[in-house]
Design a protein around this ligand. Structure first.
Ligand SMILES: Cc1cc2nc3c(=O)[nH]c(=O)nc-3n(C[C@H](O)[C@H](O)[C@H](O)COP(=O)(O)OP(=O)(O)OC[C@H]3O[C@@H](n4cnc5c(N)ncnc54)[C@H](O)[C@@H]3O)c2cc1C
Length: 389
């Protein structure tokens, strides 16, 4: 094997690319990871607030995130590296009858796919979220095994451990072309050189569509932007990450969510009622007034929080809100781990395990039927969509 030949090339050192390098290296593959940024995790990975839940309505997301949680939760014990894991669970407090019906209706699917979750009464919710607005609180769901992880620390951890196993990371290298011969991938070209491999994984996040076009395929991934914020640390009082699925009275917000990380900082985010389509990443002046009203209405004790920083990043969205995990039929050896929407960080290790298994064994680790629902060749405009965004 020459210096520029590898067993596998990963395009993108982000939420998906870094754990993929880790799992492929565990299989003794000689791995190259290319990223146009100056270090790992500098794309949308660092925009994530670090929520990691298997509380989904989609079986594939439940299965993949359970695998992610398995890795994240055991990482520190295995490698001695703190990645900010906090097993505080995810809690969905409910104030409306229709939300109660919706969430209770998901429980059997969630449990069938292995998620530990239950409906709990209002008093238990008040215990989990001290100071929550009790007015018309009906109860909610709680999944104790979910949690939080630092996207910054974990991308460094994956990079380090893969590096120890021989993976090479080359930064400031933008992929500008794919080498394809007779329907088979042979390598990639960057601004700095040419690298050869008969396995190439597209894990380019919001750049995935451009990479696809280099292979003559159209990957329906379009960026939406989302804002988030973080406060100064306060004494730990909040175990779970909290999701309020009601749309706001303000007409500007859909659901919103927040939690307290392992350092005591409150992190928060909302889903805009109308998506901000595009790649504009400057923070709006609307975000703080809108989110602070919703936060204080739900949990009045947050009113004196000191906000340290707000930011805006991208969700690489597919039309149905479900990720794409597949091998490309038109170009053998070319794999897609793209369209991670708003959950690429929590899906990362699960996606990585399954793409690795697909490459090595020709089949995924999770149930084949469930995996097939992530196909690049599915109907993206069928009625299916994700209930828990
Ligand atoms: C405000 C906000 C909060 C969020 N919170 C959460 C959360 O709590 N939990 C969660 O799971 N998700 C969250 N997300 C979503 C999450 O950040 C994304 O889904 C995830 O980071 C996408 O992972 P990825 O690996 O596909 O992309 P990225 O992490 O962006 O990685 C892709 C990499 O590819 C590189 N790249 C692109 N094009 C090229 C090219 N041509 N050549 C070389 N390199 C290239 C990029 O530089 C980048 O580093 C949040 C997102 C936002 C904006």
């Amino acid at each position: 094997m020459t210096r520029n030949s590898f067993d596998a090339i990963i395009i993108g050192a982000g939420s998906v690319g870094c754990p993929t390098a880790y799992y492929l290296s565990l299989e003794d593959l000689r791995v190259l990871v290319l990223d146009s940024e100056h270090s790992q995790g500098q794309g949308q990975n660092k925009a994530a607030i670090g929520g990691v839940r298997a509380t989904h309505s989609d079986p594939a997301k439940i299965s993949l995130c359970l695998q992610s949680i398995d890795l994240f939760s055991k990482w520190e014990k295995k490698y001695g590296t703190d990645i900010g894991w906090k097993r505080g669970g995810y809690c969905y407090p409910v104030y409306r009858e229709k939300d109660e019906e919706l969430l209770k209706g998901l429980l059997s699917t969630q449990k069938n796919y292995g998620l530990e979750i239950d409906w709990i009464p209002p008093d238990d919710i008040k215990g989990l979220i001290p100071g929550i607005n009790p007015d018309r609180l009906r109860g909610g769901t709680y999944a104790p095994g979910d949690g939080q992880v630092s996207p910054l620390l974990s991308s460094v951890a994956f990079w380090k451990e893969s590096g120890k196993m021989g993976a090479e990371f080359r930064f400031n290298e933008k992929v500008s072309g794919l080498i394809i011969e007779s329907g088979r991938i042979e390598g990639v070209k960057t601004n700095n050189g040419t690298y050869y491999s008969d396995v190439v994984v597209n894990a380019a996040g919001s750049g995935a569509r451009d990479i696809g076009s280099m292979a003559g395929i159209d990957i329906p991934v379009v960026s939406n932007s989302h804002e988030a914020g973080i406060t100064s640390p306060v004494e730990q009082f909040l175990e779970p990450l909290v999701v309020d699925i009601r749309p706001g009275q303000d007409g500007k917000t859909d659901n919103f969510y927040f939690g307290q990380n392992d350092l005591g900082q409150i992190i928060f985010c909302y889903t805009p009622a109308e998506p901000f389509v595009g790649e504009k990443r400057s923070v709006t002046s609307e975000f703080m007034p809108v989110i602070s009203r919703r936060l204080i209405e739900l949990l009045p004790r947050l009113k004196n929080s000191m906000v340290r920083r707000v930011w805006r990043g991208l969700y690489p969205m597919t039309p149905d809100g479900i990720i794409i995990l597949d091998q490309v039929r038109e170009v053998r050896g070319f794999y897609l781990a793209v369209g991670m929407c708003g959950q690429g960080f929590m899906l990362g290790p699960g996606v990585a395990r399954n793409i690795t298994s697909l490459i090595i064994n020709g089949k995924p680790e999770i149930e084949q039927k469930v995996f097939d629902s992530l196909s690049f060749y599915r109907n993206f405009h069928s009625k299916r969509s994700e209930t828990l965004k």
